[in-house]
Design a protein around this ligand. Structure first.
Ligand SMILES: Cc1cc2nc3c(=O)[nH]c(=O)nc-3n(C[C@H](O)[C@H](O)[C@H](O)COP(=O)(O)OP(=O)(O)OC[C@H]3O[C@@H](n4cnc5c(N)ncnc54)[C@H](O)[C@@H]3O)c2cc1C
Ligand code: SF4
Length: 321
């Protein structure tokens, strides 16, 4: 049985201040940007919201600024506009590639970077219809008492699967967050926590308004492993950035999505000028395997995903050396 979209009230603020007022005045209201994650989840009965605060009418959230001080992307910028931006493709290739890797072209027309960063975590036992979940007595993440992935655990292991986060993290991106006390800026990595239910550190009365990326000379790349090549969430997605230092060393940054309840940055030492690349990449592969924790949240075995992350990271890093 498919489920009709429940009734809800739609508020259409024209400024961030109006959106904050709407959140304050309506406890339980949810933000909606492109709706490509939220509306699907509402239809499946995973989100109960009587009021949605639609961010799509706020012009200030839709701008991209790029100059010598770096890149500023409004949270309401669509993934289509991000993917089409020539300057981003040239200077921040991984961001461009990650934007293009999300869903299909019609999703990217509406889907925003803010929604991509804040999208819900995913699990085989959660992203199902209501009757399917009811037949398994629901689960810890929503309405149930047990986790079917790790039955002895008390924490949901659903995976964060957004493609943009790792591509931004390898550049040391930050996010601006508007709330009742004004605007605060945090590292993008601090937007997340390792908890599949409570995966964002964002308050219910806060809005991500922009992503800030510092200027860079680093080369970068993003790619993902997925079951269906045309449209699919990442089983694992890897972003790599590589900066050559004045002494000839390669400073490598790596971040991963799809394996944990948060996007994960992996600490990697630089590849020194005269170091043996073969030994370096073998060690990098081991580091990748240790750094991620895929669980039984997809139909693909965790061990396969762990090995895939390592293989993908080694291939991408080699391509930048
Ligand atoms: C068939 C299909 C395939 C998909 N494939 C992929 C994929 O390959 N990769 C991928 O990353 N995603 C995928 N998605 C998920 C989704 O399309 C994208 O993540 C998209 O970028 C979400 O953006 P949105 O603007 O539509 O978010 P929405 O659905 O509007 O919002 C998502 C969540 O973010 C919150 N939110 C939105 N904007 C803000 C903000 N500014 N501040 C705070 N919270 C906010 C909302 O309250 C909601 O909880 C797919 C979805 C579908 C239906
Ligand atoms: S990891 Fe466990 S609690 Fe979380 S969605 Fe999956 S089954 Fe539910």
């Amino acid at each position: 049985m498919s489920r009709a979209l429940p009734k809800f009230r739609l508020l259409r603020p024209e400024s961030v201040e109006q959106a904050l007022d709407a959140l304050r005045a309506t406890p339980g209201a949810r933000l909606c940007a492109g709706g490509t994650d939220l509306i699907v989840n509402m239809r499946r009965g995973l989100v109960a919201a009587e009021t949605l605060v639609d961010l799509s009418g706020i012009g200030d959230l839709k701008t991209i600024g790029m100059d010598e001080s770096g890149l500023r992307i409004g949270a309401g910028v669509t993934l289509r506009d991000l993917a089409d931006h020539a300057g981003i493709a040239l200077s921040y290739r991984a961001i461009s590639q990650a934007s293009r890797a999300v869903a299909g072209p019609s999703h990217r027309e509406a889907a925003t970077i803010g929604g991509n960063l804040c999208q819900d975590t995913r699990c085989l036992y959660y992203n199902q219809s209501h009757w399917w979940r009811k037949s398994t007595d629901f689960c810890l993440k929503y309405r149930g008492d047990i986790c079917h992935v790790a039955p002895r655990g008390k924490r949901c292991r659903a995976a964060f699967c957004g493609d943009l986060a790792p591509a931004l993290m390898v550049y040391g991106a930050q996010v601006d967050i508007a709330g009742p006390k004004g605007i605060r800026r945090i590292a993008l990595t601090d937007l997340y926590r390792e908890d599949g239910t409570d995966y964002l550190t964002l308050g219910r009365d806060e809005i991500v308004i922009a992503v800030i990326v510092p200027p860079t000379d680093a080369a970068s790349v993003y790619d993902k492993i997925r079951v269906r090549g045309a449209i699919d969430f990442p089983l694992a997605g890897v972003a790599v950035a590589c900066l050559t230092t004045p002494d000839g060393a390669k400073q490598i940054s790596i971040a991963v999505t799809g394996t944990n309840s948060r996007p994960v940055g992996i600490d990697v030492p630089p590849l020194q000028d005269r170091e043996d690349p073969k030994a370096y990449f073998a060690a990098l592969g081991k580091r990748m395997q240790k750094g991620v924790s895929p669980q039984r949240t997809t139909t693909i075995a965790p061990h396969y995903r762990r090995l895939s992350v390592a293989a993908l990271a080694m291939r991408l890093a080699r391509s930048l050396i």
